[in-house]
Design a binder for this molecule. Sequence first.
Ligand code: HSE
Length: 310
Amino acid sequence: MSKTVRAHGPATVANIGCGFDILGAALNCPGDVVTAREVDSPTVLIRKIEGDGGKLPLDPKLNSASVAVSAMLDALDRPCGIELEIKKQMPLGSGLGSSAASSVAALWAVNTLLDNPFSALELVPFAMQGEKAACGTAHADNVAPGLMGGFVLIRSSEPPDIITLSYPESLTFTVVHPHFELKTSDARRVLFEKIPLKYAIKQWGNAAALVAGLIKEDTDLISRSLEDFIIEPQRSTLIPGYNAVKEAALKAGALGCSISGAGPSVFALCESEGVATLAGEKMSAAFKAAGLSSDIYVSSVNAEGPLILD
Ligand code: HSE
């Protein structure tokens, strides 16, 4: 019988406010599960997708998971056929890194199936190909933390220069997902190509200070740095009730609050699970006042990244 491996790929919070396309963190929940099976014919196929309401492409050239696995197999000098089954366990177009969770789980399962020819870091460029298929841009700030775990800094994605960061263990995310879909491609299209120098200076000060705050475990510095002068003002108009949701998170004691990835989910970074839970409830109530129901995910930082399930 052909060998089968099942892997879990985590949800991720990309950007972390001030680090558009260069910072991300992995969550413990939610996440997608992908089963990979070696087959005789040297192709990559998607056998089935569950939990997507029929929205995701089964065409292996279009799905982030199969595109990533094909890129990986192309880099190996050995013919090999793979069949994938994808179980979506998170909303699509949510800002939780849904396409990345599937491609990370698929890559991890296939890498294990083939006796680990690649390290997590080496898998990142393949997963980036999956992102390109999903949203048109090969950004790494979901797939890199998804594969490597923890907080990740992308100094450069081409060629990849990716650094894992230490962070205070008590940090806990609340991610509140209002029930509507926002495609990453659409949320990227609204962004201006040019930014005023005065905002760029503030932004790179904050991004650098956020990295320093994480490494130094200085929660006051983390809190001061979680301010996005460039992307949030442009994208927040796409999220009904955004200002009230953010105010609710900060009032509940969050260190900071911003858009998770391309949105529409909003994250709050908190010093404890208690604060994160309260912030999530208050943020969800603020979304409700704006006419949107929502789901709340409270999660500590996932240090491991993907997981083999059996
Ligand atoms: N950095 C990307 C963006 C993340 O904000 O468009 C998308 O998940």
